[in-house]
Design a protein around this ligand. Structure first.
Ligand SMILES: Nc1nc(=O)c2c([nH]1)NC[C@@H]1CN(c3ccc(C(=O)N[C@@H](CCC(=O)O)C(=O)O)cc3)CN21
Ligand SMILES: CC(C)C(=O)C(=O)O
Ligand SMILES: [Mg+2]
Length: 279
């Protein structure tokens, strides 16, 4: 791979979070787009890193994509920590971001610092992500001034679904300008990047132009510096109706279903295990 266009830059294996973050910043400055995927375990972390995904997010979306809850709200720090540990243990070059779950940081900057420090110390994360508006500026300042890189998640923030009235596009009309101001405020507070979820493409592009830090979009149009998807959506593991922003790059659900059904059929039919699988 050409070093100039490598998603990891010229960075050596085993470098620090700061080196990885600086490279994301440089890609913005050069107009080179990059990607982030969620990851919650060893195999996906290894595969995505090898595939050239420079940022892995251990999302609170583990709630509905790993643990079987029907929203992001119930998942806890104690549930997410082992997943963060699995991903950091399994990777050498990708930046690993731990998503702070609902109820673990909104109370105060001190609570936020305590939770983020657990993800750094016990999980080995390089950075954390939190959701919110201006009320989260003190949290971002506290982390940024305490040596914890923080990504701010704006627009549609799933942890606030009950206040936002469900899964709805944010930042229409006048709210779009307010989101640009919010983005600038998070940059000033010390966020190293922004995640922008479900806003009109024009708003995603306007925010990306208005700030110097990288923007990662999900349902925020083609004007962001980077894109993120939940991996089970991207790989077609999740079935049923999907958000408009999802593109399925594989049909893993059908693939796994067939593998499991073939295994069952061969065992039931007496053809597995064969001699080659026996001692
Ligand atoms: N598998 C998965 N993918 C995700 O993107 C995701 C999660 N889980 N869990 C946490 C949050 C929840 N997210 C969601 C959930 C639903 C919609 C949704 O239903 N969107 C509709 C309505 C948009 C509108 O018309 O306003 C869509 O069509 O996109 C969007 C984001 C994003 N996150
Ligand atoms: C929707 C993405 C960006 C997220 O926050 C998560 O996966 O938890
Ligand atoms: Mg999340």
């Amino acid at each position: 791979m050409d070093e100039q266009i490598s998603p990891y830059g010229k960075n050596p294996i085993g470098n620090t979070g700061k080196v990885r973050i600086r490279h994301l910043q440089e890609m913005k400055e050069r107009g080179k787009k990059w990607t982030m995927l969620t990851s919650y375990d060893m195999y996906t972390a290894t595969i995505f890193e090898e595939a050239g995904i420079p940022v892995l997010l251990v999302g609170d979306s583990a709630a509905n994509n790993v643990f079987g809850y029907d929203s992001s709200l119930p998942v806890t720090v104690d549930e997410l920590l082992p997943l963060v540990r699995a991903v950091t243990r399994s990777t050498k070059r990708s930046l690993v971001i731990a998503d702070l779950p609902f109820g673990s940081y909104q109370g105060s900057p001190e609570e936020c610092f305590h939770t983020a420090a657990r993800f750094m110390k016990e999980g080995g994360a390089h950075a954390v992500k939190l959701e919110g508006g201006r009320e989260m500026l003190p949290q971002v300042k506290k982390l940024a001034s305490s040596g914890i890189p923080v990504m701010a998640h704006i627009g549609f923030t799933p942890q606030a679904e009950h206040q936002l009235g469900g899964y709805r596009v944010q930042g229409k009309e006048d709210e779009g300008r307010q989101l640009v101001e919010l983005a600038k405020a998070f940059e000033t507070a010390g966020a190293f990047a922004l995640l922008i979820e479900m806003v009109p493409a024009a708003v995603g592009a306007a925010i990306t132009k208005a700030v110097n830090i990288p923007t990662v979009g999900i349902g925020a149009g083609n004007g962001c510096d980077a894109q993120v998807l939940v991996w089970q959506d991207m790989a077609g593991l999740r079935q049923g109706s999907l958000p408009r922003f999802v593109k399925q790059y594989a049909n893993m659900n059908a693939l796994l279903h067939k593998a499991a059904a073939d295994f069952a059929a061969e065992v039931e039919g007496g053809t597995f295990p064969g001699n080659e699988h026996s001692f």
